[in-house]
Design a protein around this ligand. Structure first.
Ligand code: AOF
Ligand code: ZN
Length: 363
């Protein structure tokens, strides 16, 4: 690694630890360097709060004059919840700006770079771009499509079963894989399941990781509003629960659940519920990332709508068998192999006794 890459790698490492807490904003970090000494460091902690550059420049103070700044994302050029970072960089007297990712936000999209160049600053783009881009994949997707990046999470046996024929499904994979799954909850704005999963498993859908974590908004697709008031999603109030229902649900049922302050009932015209409509609504609510955790019918609806962007598969070295035993994607499926949703493997990793496979939608 050359010196630019070393400082950028450090900034990326800092930003990485904030993934999941900055939404709907990206995870960004900045480092101010003068005469090969770090004189300021900053990360964007939360939407609405100062951007990374502002924290780093304020730590550097007068030392920013004539210094370099390393930023994992192009400094912004717009007056949003905070003033433009490009202006802050120029005003601080920075002479050289090193950037990893381009900001695709139409309000920025190159204007930050242009602004700083027009003021005579030297700008170098694309340093460790791939590594920095990986941090904000969900943000880039959301900015471009105005809907969340969808991850489908499954845990299955070597023969692709998620439960035995009798329906026993807990503990297929081991502890390491389960904890990794919870890390995805921490990093996701929302988690989604179908009503059958609520009725069969009574999940709480909260994040349980060592040291505590962010709980995602809990989303249920429940056309006929069968979510029981006694279920954990209703009784445990530590995270919001949003229930999508069809248009023919009786008023008293909706009122009974809406009485809980953390519960929202969202009525949709279609039956069965339309995945595209659900995602558009979630996007409007600033949900940038969605973790789909079951069951098979819901997974199939997302797959057939072409809306699964990434699949996280935990595979346990077990054989279960049984033609009635459930598989991760059921529903109607597709008829012709040529219509199969296409993915490419991004990584495989041994995780305790299990294997984790990350696949991403092709194209
Ligand atoms: C930066 N540095 O640390 C971040 C940036 O509403 P605002 O004012 O917070 O602006 C949010 C937008 O700013 C966001 O959509 C993205 O384009 C950019 N995020 N930019 O220069 C930062 N977090
Ligand atoms: Zn900014």
């Amino acid at each position: 690694m050359n010196r630019e890459e070393r400082y950028m790698a450090l900034a990326i490492q800092m930003a990485k630890e904030t993934v999941g807490q900055t939404s709907p904003n990206p995870a960004v970090a900045a480092i101010v360097v003068r005469d090969n000494q770090i004189v300021g460091m900053g990360v964007h902690l939360k939407a609405g709060e100062p951007h990374a550059e502002v924290h780093a420049l304020s730590m550097a103070g007068e030392k920013a004059k004539g210094a370099e700044i390393y930023v994992t994302l192009e400094p912004c050029s717009h007056y949003g919840k905070t003033p433009p970072c490009s202006k802050a960089v120029i005003d601080a007297g920075i002479k050289r700006v090193i950037i990893a990712s381009h900001d695709p936000n139409p309000k920025v999209a190159g204007k930050g770079v242009e602004w700083m160049k027009s003021e005579g600053l030297e700008v170098q783009e694309g340093v460790l771009k791939q590594e920095a881009d990986a941090l904000n994949e969900t943000f880039f997707h959301y900015i471009e499509k105005k809907e969340p990046y969808v991850r489908l999470k499954t845990a299955m046996s070597l023969d692709g079963k998620i439960a035995t024929a009798s329906g026993e499904s807990q503990w297929i994979t081991g502890e390491a894989a389960r904890l990794d799954g919870h890390a995805y909850r921490h990093q996701s704005d929302a988690i989604l399941v179908g009503i059958n999963t609520v009725l069969e498993d009574n999940p709480s859908l909260t994040t349980r990781i060592v040291g505590g974590g962010n709980h995602p908004v809990r989303v249920v697709l429940d056309t006929h509003l069968k979510t029981p008031p006694s279920s954990k999603l209703i009784q445990q109030q530590e995270a919001p629960t949003w229930i999508f229902v069809g248009s023919e649900v009786e008023e008293h049922k909706k009122e009974a659940l809406s009485a809980y302050p953390h519960v929202s009932i969202i009525e949709q015209p279609d039956s069965p519920l339309d995945v595209q409509e659900v995602l558009a609504y979630l996007g409007q609510q600033n949900i940038t990332s969605l973790l789909v955790e079951g069951g098979g019918t819901v997974a199939d609806a997302f797959v057939r709508a072409g809306k699964v962007d990434e699949v996280i598969t935990y595979m346990a070295p077990k054989l279960i068998g049984g033609k009635e035993a459930l598989t991760p994607v059921s529903g109607e499926g597709i008829r012709k192999l040529s219509e199969a949703a296409q993915f490419e493997f991004i990584s495989t990793e041994q995780m305790g006794e299990d294997i984790k496979i990350v696949s991403r939608k092709k194209g």
